[in-house]
Unconditional design. Structure first.
Lengths: 427, 498
């Protein structure tokens, strides 16, 4: 059994390395103990996203996988309350029974890191705050967390928020905890907002567009009143034989032609409504004479699942990073980084770029970061490679925000024992 | 007026008022510093008019650098600062302190950039909520959060309070529509958080300061998302013979998978008052009325209206009226949006509450409000953002009766306590301010409040920015972390502590 598998195995106990608290109270006592002795702790759920962020060197590991289970699910109130290490798969299945979903489309990073599905836990999802393709329409993970319970770096049990959407009672700590990679609290319970799943979905794929035309089309689609819920560009250029990203290999769908690049736009809703919106869209975008494919619900869902789960990059040995910029800057950015060997695709109508880079070096990565920051965005290293197994700065931050973040960290975790250095050195 | 405990007054500062004024005049133009009590009187309260206090000085900076210099000066001299936007807040968040500088952002009133390519607008914080929509509507765009005070409330205030509105069920509150801010911290540091990207990396500082009620920083610039207006929007007015039927209909609509753009409910008292006020054609015989707004394509809206009608019938609806055109739809809303002023017809004064409850508890909570209304002998009318569970009971009283406000506040507190008891929260969109701070212990324990106070201190070490708001004053000793317990006996054990 590999270490990776051991950590995911429910009954596995390795008392020398990891502690497995069974509930919030036990977790609180453990952290209190480590707070007193000042021993840094690594917090782990299922380990599905453990490779994101900087590697940790901690004296102890607290594995939270036993704090698991759905506490309360009220479909008509549009929320689900779960213990933090509840597998996302279990949550999704439960929601599906009531035709509901987590609207921000959680990404299954298993394909990227291990070549097969591993959705991870609710806690991991919240800690990383990385949403899927529907982000521009419905918001990110942080927009769907209504409240939480957890244990701070002193071992104190704290809570914030509630189960209702509209709530301004005290600071919104739920947002702060979202995307904090376990550096502020060890989560024990999470209240997530859920929404009705769309009845049907259709995808319009325009073939063979160049980057500029695709970006224009995506922007027009999002700016229209057709309420689209997905907008991506999958290019065939630049060529990079050492990258694994291959759209033809990834999508094997009956109704999808394989002709050059894909510019894909998704509409969701009731049957009549999506047909109407799709027709409007084709008319407004003036693409009636273009080479297009239309995917009906079944194939459309497969298509977007593959996009969301980064299946193009499945089993790559190259670096994978994620760039977020203002949507209007994506074309400029692609040209600015073109001195690298890479493949990419655009999501969120151009506001998000996933990049697979071959033979990346720290200098090249930093030079990309500088360009991205200048355009008003940020870059995060998601997967390392043999060429570049470690980068000094995984995430992007400036001095002012670093100083504030350091103060915030201290207010939750004064001895910096929770996942120290996972996000930034010193936090 | 009930007695309100505020932080201890710095008497020494009052004695050097002239020096403070002189120093502020070095930072901003002389005419932008108001210190005579005739000049500061207009700023002695916000929309929670029961509480009044003139500030030491009111100052009107004109740019971010001036805000930074003022805060830096006040930080150095340990002078308290209360930020103020348009003063439309309902929880006393902008109530001045006698020894504070009131930092008024009214001169920050320009829209700086309209960026259609990135679908966002950057504005100064004093710009009103409605004028953002007005600035982009010629191209068919709008800004989604629409608090009832949108004609007057400022976008900076919206960020500070995380304002909602009638469309937040589908389109979210301010926090879900905000992309970036420029803020100034108490030490004078100017920082940009977020920008024009959908997400920001690292700790969600933008999320933290949204709804922080002016306790963490002063907002000097705001970038918000704009959306394209839907192709078709229609509203349905549905009457019900009982509140329970209306409440059940709300739950059934959501359970069926429909998320309306807005779903509002009013009780009989308010149906009559608002209909008298704007002649909106409300069903006057109904005990409860729902306004359900649906948007999308023409076909979609027609389909949804049909489904809502079916659900309403199953819940014994007594009438349904669908808006024929936009003019009529806006008329339907005009009544709801005038709910507060319409109460003026029923009583000289009203006190507006703001709890949020799980939707399914509506009938139960309204029943309890009815019971309390009898107990306190004060009439109450109910407006309810039914879709997202945000309840606005309007308690009617006469401020000329000296004991009435105290009684009203007790009544209001009992309502909010009950909201928390059924799984809800103290405030959905008006903020805690001074109004609900003593009720925070209903929702949070000592650890929870301590954590929040530590965050406050992490960003404002001397607690000079908007002190006395959000966190209880009475429990100050416990709040600061330590209570001396002598032989197991706590001093003043009758005072509730966290």
């Amino acid at each position: 059994m590999s270490i990776e598998e051991k950590q995911n195995f429910q009954t596995y106990q390795d008392s020398d390395i990891a502690e497995y608290p069974k509930n919030e109270k036990e977790l609180s006592s453990l952290i209190k103990h480590f707070y007193k002795s000042g021993i840094p702790i690594e917090l782990v759920g299922s380990g599905s996203k453990k490779k994101i962020g900087k590697p940790l060197q901690c004296g102890k590991t607290i594995n939270l996988s036993k704090i698991s289970g759905i506490v309360e699910y009220l479909p008509e109130e549009l929320y689900i309350k779960v213990k933090a290490s509840t597998p996302l798969k279990e949550i999704k299945e439960e929601l599906k029974k009531n035709k509901q979903q987590l609207a921000f489309e959680p990404i299954d990073f298993g394909y990227l890191f291990s070549g097969k599905s591993n959705l991870g836990t609710a806690g991991g999802l919240v800690s990383c705050n990385i949403p899927g393709p529907r982000r521009f329409k419905v918001g990110s993970v942080r927009d769907h967390i209504l409240g939480f319970r957890g244990v701070n770096g002193k071992g104190e049990i704290i809570k914030s928020g509630g189960v209702v959407v509209k709530n301004v009672t005290g600071y919104d700590l739920s947002k702060l905890v979202c995307g904090s990679y376990g550096t502020l609290v060890a989560l024990t319970e999470i209240n997530l907002k859920v929404l009705p799943a769309p009845e049907e979905s259709k995808t319009l794929v325009v073939h063979n567009l160049k980057l500029e035309n695709a970006a224009y089309l995506l922007n027009q689609s999002i700016s229209s009143s057709n309420d689209i819920s997905g907008a991506i560009f999958l290019p065939t250029e630049p060529e990079c034989s050492n990258c694994v990203m291959n759209i033809e290999k990834t999508f094997k769908l009956n109704d999808l032609k394989y002709k050059g690049s894909f510019t894909a736009i998704r509409v969701e809703g009731s049957k009549n409504s999506i047909n109407e919106r799709l027709q409007n869209l084709i008319k407004e975008l003036k693409i009636i004479d273009f080479d297009i494919s239309i995917l009906e619900t079944y194939q459309s869902e497969i298509f977007w699942n593959k996009v969301k789960n980064l299946e193009f990059f499945s089993s790559t040995k190259n670096n994978i990073f994620r760039i977020v910029v203002p949507p209007s800057e994506c074309v400029k950015l692609v040209y600015q980084i073109s001195d690298n060997k890479f493949k990419y695709y655009l999501d969120w109508g151009g506001a998000l770029m996933w990049v697979e880079a071959y033979e990346l070096t720290e200098e090249k990565f930093e030079s990309i970061r500088k360009k991205v920051v200048k355009l008003g965005g940020y870059v995060s290293m998601i997967k390392n490679s043999d060429y570049l197994p470690f980068v000094e700065e995984v995430f992007t931050i400036n001095r002012a925000r670093f100083d504030i973040s350091q103060n915030i960290k201290k207010s939750f975790d004064p001895k910096k024992i929770l996942n120290p250095g996972k996000m930034y050195t010193g936090i | 007026m009930t007695k309100l405990s505020m932080p201890k007054i710095d008497r020494k500062l009052l004695s050097i008022k002239e020096t403070v004024v002189k120093n502020l005049k070095k930072i901003v133009k002389s005419e932008n510093v108001l210190d005579h009590e005739d000049q500061t009187r207009p700023f002695e309260t916000d929309a929670l008019t029961a509480y009044k206090q003139k500030p030491l000085v009111a100052v009107f900076p004109e740019n971010t650098e001036q805000v930074s210099k003022i805060l830096s000066y006040c930080n150095g001299e340990r002078i308290k600062v209360v930020p103020r936007g348009a003063g439309t807040g309902l929880s006393g968040g902008a109530l001045p302190l006698a020894d504070s500088i009131l930092l008024c952002l009214g001169k920050f009133n320009k829209i700086l950039e309209i960026d259609y390519k990135n679908r966002c607008v950057t504005a100064q914080p004093g710009v009103t909520n409605l004028s953002i929509t007005q600035a982009v509507e010629e191209k068919g765009f709008y800004y989604a959060p629409d608090p009832s005070s949108q004609i007057a409330c400022s976008i900076g205030g919206n960020v500070a309070e995380n304002s909602g509105g009638v469309h937040s069920l589908k389109y979210g509150t301010t926090t879900n529509n905000l992309l970036g801010v420029e803020v100034v911290f108490m030490d004078g540091t100017i920082t940009k958080l977020g920008g024009k990207t959908y997400d920001s990396e690292g700790y969600d500082l933008l999320g933290l300061i949204t709804g922080s009620e002016g306790l963490l920083c002063v907002i000097t610039e705001v970038t918000v998302k704009i959306l394209k207006k839907p192709q078709s929007v229609k509203a349905a007015l549905i009457g019900f013979p009982t509140i329970e039927d209306g409440g059940n209909c709300v739950s059934d609509i959501i359970a069926s998978g429909i998320i309306p753009a807005g779903m509002e409910m009013m009780d009989k008292a308010l149906i009559h008052a608002t209909d008298n006020f704007v002649k909106a054609g409300y069903p006057r015989d109904a005990e409860a009325m729902l306004i359900v707004e649906l948007d999308g394509t023409d076909t979609e809206v027609t389909e949804l209206i049909e489904r809502v009608n079916e659900i309403a019938k199953k819940n014994n609806s007594s009438s349904i009226k669908i808006s024929k055109n936009d003019k009529q739809r806006l008329k339907f809303w005009a009544g709801r949006k005038a709910a507060f002023p319409a109460c003026g017809d029923m009583a000289p004064d009203y006190y507006c509450m703001d709890g949020t409850i799980p939707r399914g508890k509506l009938a139960q909570v309204l029943k309890e409000i009815g019971r309390l209304s009898k107990k306190y002998n004060l009439p109450v009318a109910n407006a309810f953002h039914a879709g997202d569970g945000n309840l606005h009971p309007l308690i009617m009283y006469d401020a000329n009766d000296k004991k009435a406000l105290e009684k009203t506040e007790k009544f209001g507190a009992d309502i909010l306590k009950y909201c928390v008891k059924v799984g809800g929260v103290l405030t959905g969109e008006h903020g805690v301010g001074v109004e609900k701070r003593e009720l925070m212990c209903e929702m949070f324990n000592n650890n929870d409040v301590q954590q929040q106070i530590k965050i406050k201190k992490a960003l404002d070490i001397s607690s000079l920015l908007n002190p006395g708001k959000v966190y209880p004053i009475l429990r100050k000793c416990a709040e600061e972390g330590r209570v001396h317990v002598h032989r197991g006996k706590t001093k003043f054990s009758d005072i509730p502590r966290f």
